[in-house]
Design a protein around this ligand. Structure first.
Ligand code: HEM
Ligand code: CA
Length: 659
């Protein structure tokens, strides 16, 4: 076997995030494990979900908490943040974290509630099933299907950690994918652009297998479709390569189709889909300008240079526009997010399990129940997972969705959820006889998250010793919890009053603040790292000056927009600006003008191997100095639905193996 080392001089970040950290090349990459901010609270300290409360009684079921403590709203309130703020949060979440649930040995879905009823203790017996009990049955038998997350078991400590199926870095995974195959399936391989439908041509047929009256010459050409979604002004994302794949996507008519993007949750809600389209279109716009300016550049260089600019723009919007409104200026400064960038190779850029299963799910409480789309206000339960609402009227559904997100408001982060999440979607495939909030609580226990008070303490906040010590919302929790130390992080976090000029409470602000600190200072390719990003000071300033509003103006048919798109307009600090009123057209020219792309010697100077092979398994155990029969362990873990995977990179010079 020959493996090659990471190339320190690499000009572009790898698509799967490996080799960002040269000493720990797997850190933050596709299939890295989640990290702990505080040690786990698994029932056995290793892998079984948190199950028993402080006083030895069972914790209240997630279903009971949802039914007794949470309320639902059907009519959204007006707040200062536009709905775009929470949707960008979802887009960002889908850039940095995706965990998956376990599958049966034949790759099917577990049906945990079966015919007879509920057995909550399955999870405690190490089974993939960990169903949710509903005291006032809403679905059949008062049981909600819930399957545990795919985890990696450390062979020495035997501790289980969930696996992240995206790169943790803020690097546009939702636009470009987190593997080479995904990324290739999204590219046009012409002029550095993404997606065939984004050309100045007609879109591809929704069903790529339909070759009627059309003959293809190469693997790259495709049959046009007309009369449905028309030309580039309405360029949308490509259809899934397998038209029969309807996961997380519901079709209405013969003409609509499920979109594909770097993150497969793209069809979850039309606002999210629209943001995928924004960045796909902006990519193509910049690639076009870059190619006009540098006609000799080939597709690969045009693609990588453009990707680098788009990632920089996403990082800028995240840290300069989105995060300050989420965690407030004090937490921005407390967690170092306003500090000038300098790379710290000792920071692990992975995602915290408390961030994935609790803190960043704050967004579920801020999703409104009704969404403006043209002249209609669509209930979330109706438009959920339906790309139809983007595709209608020749793709102008996209423009209406974008405008709607500027009209509607993000909802407050509290114990109140929209009616769709609490009621309407209860028996859909996605919710499987649960509310989304109940799933989140159960997921926290599945991840072995310690209780809310442990996180308060870790964040330097006083523990709450009684239900009367916290907010009015916290007081309500005694309806279900028998001890204050039992409170789940998700519920405790939501019950807090928001920080000044932010929308989450101090505990979520702490977890989110530390997470985004790691994602900035642990990212060698951060856009302000002049050494690795290759941007000049002028380009960096141009990126810092670019607003999300400008990006939206350039990618949607929209006339007027607030200067800062995450806030409703006002007459002083956030005036409405005309999209046509820009000093330069298009303004991204500032960013690319000074770019002098060079040819990359070797973009893929590393090797990724998946260990289905005995050799790699042996190597893994050798590296970790584990002495038991590796192959048996590998097989038995697989039977339980776990996946052990390996990224093996051997430094040629030192023969050191990184896993
Ligand atoms: C219509 C809007 C949304 C829907 C339907 C939705 C639905 C879901 C579902 C079904 C899950 C998986 C739950 C599980 O099995 O554990 C999930 C996970 C998650 N959601 Fe949402 N969500 C929405 C909006 C948001 C927003 C606005 C945010 C953040 C601002 C967000 C952040 C997350 C995070 C961080 C996860 C965990 C991801 C992972 O680690 O795998 N979601 N969401
Ligand atoms: Ca990423």
């Amino acid at each position: 076997m020959t493996f090659r080392s990471c190339n320190a001089a690499m000009r572009y970040r790898t698509i799967d995030g490996t080799c960002n950290n040269l000493h720990k090349p797997r850190d933050g990459s596709f299939k890295d494990t989640l990290l702990r901010l505080v040690p786990n609270a698994y029932e056995d300290g290793k892998s079984l979900p948190r199950f028993n409360g402080f006083d030895g009684y069972l914790l209240p079921s997630a279903g009971e908490i949802s039914q007794k403590v949470l309320t639902n709203v059907s009519e959204p309130a007006l707040t200062s943040l536009t709905n775009l703020h929470q949707v960008f949060g979802q887009f960002l979440a889908h850039d940095i974290v995706l965990t998956k649930t376990m599958k049966t040995s034949s790759g099917g879905n577990y049906k945990c509630c079966k015919d007879t009823g509920i057995d909550e203790t399955l999870g405690l017996r190490g089974e993939p099933c960990y169903p949710i009990k509903w005291p006032n049955p809403v679905g059949d038998h008062g049981c909600g299907n819930f399957v545990r997350t795919v985890g990696e078991i450390d062979c020495k400590s035997h501790i289980r950690e969930p696996i992240n199926f995206l790169t943790a870095f803020v690097d546009g995974s939702g636009v470009y994918g987190s593997t080479k195959d995904e990324s290739h399936s999204l590219r046009s391989f012409v002029g550095g652009k993404l997606t065939k439908s984004a050309h100045d041509l007609l879109p591809a047929r929704g069903n790529p297998h339909d070759k009627s009256n059309c003959i293809l010459f190469t693997e790259n050409d495709f049959c046009f479709d007309a009369g449905k979604l028309t030309i580039s002004a309405h360029a949308l994302l490509p259809a899934r390569s397998n038209p029969d794949d309807k996961s997380n996507c519901i079709l209405f008519t013969d003409n609509d189709f499920c979109f594909d993007a770097g993150d497969k949750r793209v069809n979850e809600v039309s606002g999210l889909t629209a943001l995928h389209i924004v960045f796909m279109r902006y990519h193509n716009l910049i690639a076009q300008q870059l190619s006009t300016m540098n006609p000799s550049l080939d597709d690969e260089i045009l693609f990588q240079e453009t990707r680098r600019i788009i990632v920089a723009i996403i990082q800028k919007i995240t840290y300069h526009e989105y995060l300050p409104l989420l965690i407030g200026p004090a937490a921005m400064s407390q967690y170092g997010l306003t500090e000038p960038y300098s790379y710290n190779p000792n920071i692990s850029p992975g995602i915290f399990s408390s961030f994935s299963a609790a803190a960043f799910r704050y967004g579920h409480s801020s999703v409104p129940n009704k969404w403006t789309n043209g002249n209609s206000r669509l209930p979330l339960g109706v438009m959920f997972q339906r790309p139809y609402y983007i595709q209608i009227a020749n793709g102008t559904g996209y423009d209406h969705t974008m405008k709607g997100m500027l009209i509607d408001s993000s909802q407050e982060v509290d114990l109140e959820f929209n009616k769709a999440f609490q009621v309407d979607l209860f028996n859909t495939d996605a919710f499987a006889g649960n509310t989304l909030a109940a799933i989140n609580i159960q997921r926290g226990r599945d991840f072995g998250l310690p209780s809310y008070n442990t996180f308060r303490e870790a964040c330097g906040l006083p523990r709450l010793n009684s239900f009367d010590n916290g907010s009015a919302q916290f007081n309500r929790l005694q309806m279900v919890y028998s001890h204050v130390d039992d409170v789940d992080l998700y519920i405790g976090g939501l019950s807090e009053d928001p920080v000044t000029d932010g929308i989450v409470g101090p505990t979520f602000a702490c977890i989110i603040g530390q997470q985004f600190n790691n994602l900035k200072f642990g990212d060698r390719f951060w856009f302000e790292n002049a050494q690795s990003s290759g941007f000049s000071q002028g380009q960096m300033n141009a990126i810092r000056n670019l607003t999300f509003s400008r990006v939206i103006c350039d990618t949607a048919k929209i006339e007027r927009i607030p200067t800062f798109a995450f806030l409703h307009e006002n007459n002083s600090t956030n005036i409405l600006v005309e999209c046509s009123d820009n000093t330069e057209t298009p303004p991204s020219m500032n960013i690319i003008r000074k770019l002098e792309p060079q040819k990359e010697d070797e973009t893929m100077s590393y090797k990724f191997l998946r260990a289905t092979d005995f050799e790699y398994v042996k190597l893994y155990f050798l590296y970790h100095q584990c002495y038991y029969s590796s192959v048996d362990v590998h097989k038995s873990q697989q039977n339980k639905g776990f996946i052990i995977h390996f990224l093996i990179i051997e430094d040629e010079a030192t023969s050191k193996v990184y896993i």
